[in-house]
Write a protein that binds this ligand. Structure first.
Ligand code: AKB
Length: 317
């Protein structure tokens, strides 16, 4: 990776990934791509170059790639699962038509491409416990349909044209920096904000609903180390299972309560979110990522909770 374009640099993953890449590769070689209305601000804007990068406009992307001699694209443009269910055509336009544009630019300009997939690429007929790397997917949400298509289209561009495409299936990502917007796993971020603000948390997901989750530093490490991995070791390319923790709402509540004994939670289940969560795995088997590019997470529920509470307390003070 010499010059990197991060598309979606102001979103939940993009804002932290751009900073991390700038730390590792130098500020000037990481271009923060954004769409109108979501321009970078503050340190993200000042620390390096930025450019409007709308995935629905292939010429715009091609111009940035040529201007900055980009060799790697992190394509983070997507709607999250709950919003996508409400706007399925827009989800497809951004997630798939947009991806197709990126892959064509990458083919013509010899770029590597990372486009995240998700635990949302699995469906009700997937084995739910320790979901294997290669298994039935058949998701029942448009988010999942677009994520499976992302994996397949990216594999296709690798096999047919040799485009260096790679990706992971992200679990719910938890961070204190930029809040997610419109995901099924967002509750696991919101709960920390309520705890630090001293408010009772109203949980939209039923007790007993297990989902895979990950602390953002591990998610960033996965995205960067996969793109840096030796290609001769990769048996898979797109859609690596990665895992670090799996919990239900009661377990994360108890983990927070150990540090904030007065914290309270009640349930008010959101049927759309619950239906999506029920169709997703309880836990993933990430042995292929461990074997093919030495994936290893650092954080578990307890260490993440300590770090989240410490950083949110400083942020919300
Ligand atoms: C969502 O909940 O939509 C995302 C995801 C797990 O892909 N966080």
């Amino acid at each position: 990776m010499k010059n990197v374009l991060v598309i979606g640099s102001t979103g939940q993953i993009g804002s932290e990934l751009t900073r991390e890449l700038r730390k590792r590769y130098g500020n000037d070689s990481i271009i923060a791509g954004y769409i109108k209305g979501a321009e970078p601000k503050g340190e993200l804007k000042e620390s390096g170059p930025s450019a409007e990068a709308d995935v629905t406009n292939p010429e715009m992307i091609a111009n940035i790639v040529k201007k900055y001699n980009v060799d790697t694209i992190y394509n983070l443009a997507a709607l999250l699962s709950v919003v996508a269910e409400k706007k399925p055509q827009l989800a497809w336009k951004i997630g798939i038509d947009g991806l197709w544009n990126i892959l064509e630019v990458a083919r013509e300009n010899n770029c590597a491409v990372f486009t995240p997939s998700s635990i949302g690429s699995f469906g009700p007929s997937t084995p739910h416990v320790q979901t294997p790397q290669d298994t039935v997917q058949r998701p029942c949400t448009i988010y999942g349909v677009s994520k499976v298509t992302t994996e397949l289209l990216s594999d296709y561009y690798f096999k047919k044209y040799g485009v260096d495409t790679r990706s992971v299936r992200f679990p719910g990502l938890i961070s204190y920096v930029t809040p997610p917007g419109g995901g099924t796993t967002d509750y696991a971020v919101d709960i920390y904000y309520s705890a630090v603000r001293g408010e009772k948390f109203v949980c939209p997901i039923k007790k007993g609903t297990l989902m895979d989750m990950m602390y953002m530093p591990d998610g960033l490490h996965a995205a960067i180390s996969l793109m840096e991995a030796d290609p001769t070791r990769l048996v898979h390319r797109n859609g690596f299972n990665i895992a670090s923790m799996s919990f239900d709402p009661d377990e994360i509540f108890q983990a927070i309560k150990r540090h904030k004994p007065n914290f309270e939670m009640e349930y008010d289940v959101d049927m759309l979110k619950q239906g999506i969560a029920d169709s997703w795995p309880d836990s993933l088997d990430d042995s292929c990522a461990r074997a093919e590019w030495d994936w290893k997470p650092q954080y578990d529920l307890e260490s993440m909770t300590v770090d989240m509470l410490k950083n949110l307390e400083a942020k919300l003070k």
